[in-house]
Design a protein around this ligand. Structure first.
Ligand code: NAD
Length: 256
């Protein structure tokens, strides 16, 4: 976004971002900060999380999002430092194990993906909502994926199931807390050019080519394009957007 076109929709708001050190989380941290938010950067990777906080003028909290106590401490740190928890971008996640076909994936690999991609979102919502209820205001954005909406013959059973869970949980919470001023949306990106995707495609280059064929715009998203949607969902510009699966997928879901 050019300097003379910067929105300032989040001045005085506090946004917690998990997975802030890389990819979509890093781009969203930058965008939320550029719109005036205080950012709380959470990541299990201390070096990258700290760098994100230093760059954006926020604070870093080392947190493994699968650990209930660390997640509680994360949201407490946000409140103690800035006095509110207005936005929770629950985004940290991992890619599928090497062979994520139901015929191959082992139970431990399945459990790990559910823990990092789904249980983490449960823990973050559980920690954020009490602050938001007291304020009578809040926006929660949980990162799901377009694969939560669509089947693909790419054998990602544990990953897809985890993202389907994020989508259903977001819808449920969005409906439950709407009258208390809390909106909850699932963000469903298409394939985004981040380390997670690059790692996946490095293992299986043909998969990248297969994916591209199905994207009407003919390319993968840049993380900044997803961050723009996060900022919209975080801001009052989306005040009537709730309990949705918010697709930012270059037209994949509309194509045949
Ligand atoms: P990424 O690998 O670039 O970044 C993920 C970040 O999360 C890293 O900084 C990592 O250290 C952190 N993280 C991982 N496990 C953690 C844990 N247990 N506790 C705290 N932090 C942890 O990935 P990305 O592509 O930016 O993906 C972000 C989210 O978007 C994920 O939930 C992913 O599933 C989802 N997503 C990605 C794509 C894509 O194509 N890249 C598409 C749809 C959805």
């Amino acid at each position: 976004m050019s300097e003379d076109n910067v929105c300032r929709r989040l001045v005085g708001r506090t946004g917690v971002v998990t997975g802030a050190g890389s990819g979509i989380g890093l781009a969203a941290t930058r965008r939320l900060a550029s719109e005036g938010a205080h950012v709380v950067c959470a990541d299990v990777d201390e070096t990258r999380g700290k760098a994100a906080a230093e760059e954006t003028g926020g604070i870093f909290v080392k947190a493994d999002v699968t650990d209930p106590e660390q997640v509680e401490a994360l949201f407490a740190a946000a409140y103690d430092t800035y006095g509110s928890v207005d936005v929770a971008f629950n985004n940290a996640g991992i890619s599928p194990p090497d062979d994520d076909s139901i015929l191959e994936t082992g139970l431990e690999a399945w459990k790990r993906v559910q823990e990092v991609n789904l249980t983490s979102v449960y823990l973050c919502c559980k920690a954020a909502i009490p602050y938001m209820r007291r304020q009578g205001r809040g926006s929660i954005i949980n990162t799901a994926s377009f694969v939560a909406r669509m089947g693909a013959a790419t054998s990602q059973i544990s990953y897809t199931a985890s993202k389907g869970g994020v989508l259903a949980m977001s819808r449920e919470l969005g409906v439950q807390f709407a009258r208390e001023g809390i909106r909850v949306n699932a963000l469903c990106p298409g394939p985004v050019n981040t380390p997670l995707l690059q790692e996946l495609f490095a293992k299986d280059p043909e998969r990248a080519a297969r994916r591209l064929v199905h994207i009407p715009v003919g390319r993968f998203a840049e993380a900044e394009e997803i961050a723009a949607a996060v900022a919209f969902l975080a801001s009052d510009d989306s005040s009537f957007v709730n309990a949705t699966d918010f697709l930012v997928d270059g037209g994949i879901s509309g194509a045949y």
